[in-house]
Design a binder for this molecule. Structure first.
Ligand SMILES: NC(=O)c1ccc[n+]([C@@H]2O[C@H](COP(=O)([O-])OP(=O)(O)OC[C@H]3O[C@@H](n4cnc5c(N)ncnc54)[C@H](O)[C@@H]3O)[C@@H](O)[C@H]2O)c1
Length: 262
């Protein structure tokens, strides 16, 4: 898909990757970009910068997403590309609080489900539509310090695959955006700093998205090495887990040494 002259929605568009996508789609000549976020003020700021519009939407609330999609359809006559990008990062393991697990599921998985539920009738009727889901490399490779994040991003990838399988023959296109570290407020909140050395800018992610939408490839991998790691995981799961344990040990040791030095 070329976004020129298209009606585009970006959730989580007030910050980070979503804001970069909204700006880039406007530069690429989109007819209109709707910036949706819980953060009304920053959504409005991004929208006014690019001549778009904004809305306060909680993507974890199916009623709000349905009303929002209906509103955009009524106002603009269609939605060509819906970027379901809003997400939350909750770290820790099984001990992470239930509300963190629940929020991870509600935003990182149900956000996509609510979007698909609201959009499919429109897209199936006209035989065309594009859903870009921001997942994460964690959807393919897990996250050694964040079980709620890794588990819900794997579920998000599965949801995207499911939609591609079920509706691909009926004109609905689906892509899953799976970056490693991206320099955004979310990454700044990661106390391990493990993804910092190879982190890229949100604008570089937007470059990869424009190219990936052009190719209409299911996986959009702004860090190409994610494809190699994913192949290794598929080829020998035990060997891959062994490598992930070794990585975790190395980071644990580096964090402990940094703590002692502080
Ligand atoms: N930053 C990274 O390293 C990285 C890597 C891989 C994937 N991702 C994914 O990219 C997406 C965007 O993350 P980011 O790094 O730009 O983070 P960010 O924190 O800068 O932006 C996330 C935005 O989502 C909004 N949001 C959160 N919950 C919401 C909800 N319930 N309804 C509506 N909006 C909501 C926030 O208000 C915020 O504006 C997320 O899905 C994240 O998991 C980020």
């Amino acid at each position: 898909m070329d976004v020129r002259d298209r009606i585009v929605v970006v959730t989580g568009g007030a910050s980070g990757i979503g804001a970069a996508l909204a700006r880039r789609f406007a530069e690429e000549g989109a007819a209109h970009v709707v910036v949706a976020d819980l953060d009304e003020g920053n959504a409005e700021a991004v929208a006014s910068e690019i001549g778009g519009s904004s809305a306060r939407v909680d993507v974890s609330d199916g009623g709000q997403v349905a009303a929002f999609v209906d509103h955009v359809l009524a106002r603009h006559g269609g939605i060509d590309l819906y970027c379901s990008n809003a997400g939350v990062a909750v770290g820790g393991g099984p001990e992470a609080p239930d509300d963190g697990w629940q929020r991870s599921w509600d935003v990182n998985v149900m956000g996509h489900v609510h979007a698909a539920r609201a959009l499919l009738p429109h897209w199936l009727e006209r035989g065309e539509g594009y859903l870009l889901g921001t997942v994460s490399a964690a959807g393919l490779l897990n996250h050694i310090y964040a079980m709620p994040y890794g588990a819900t991003k794997a579920a998000a990838l599965s949801a995207m695959e499911w939609l591609a399988m079920a509706y691909g023959d009926r004109g609905v296109k689906v892509s899953a955006l799976c970056p490693m570290g991206v320099r955004t407020p979310m990454l700044a909140g990661d106390p391990t700093g493990m993804l910092d050395p190879e982190a890229i800018s949100p604008e570089e992610v937007a470059d990869a998205v424009v190219a990936g939408l052009g190719d209409e490839s299911f996986l959009i991998l702004p860090h190409p090495k994610v494809a190699t790691y994913s192949e290794r995981r598929g080829a020998d799961h035990d060997r891959w887990l062994h490598g992930m344990r070794r990585l975790r040990r190395q980071i644990d040791e580096a964090l402990a040494a940094a703590g002692e030095g502080a």
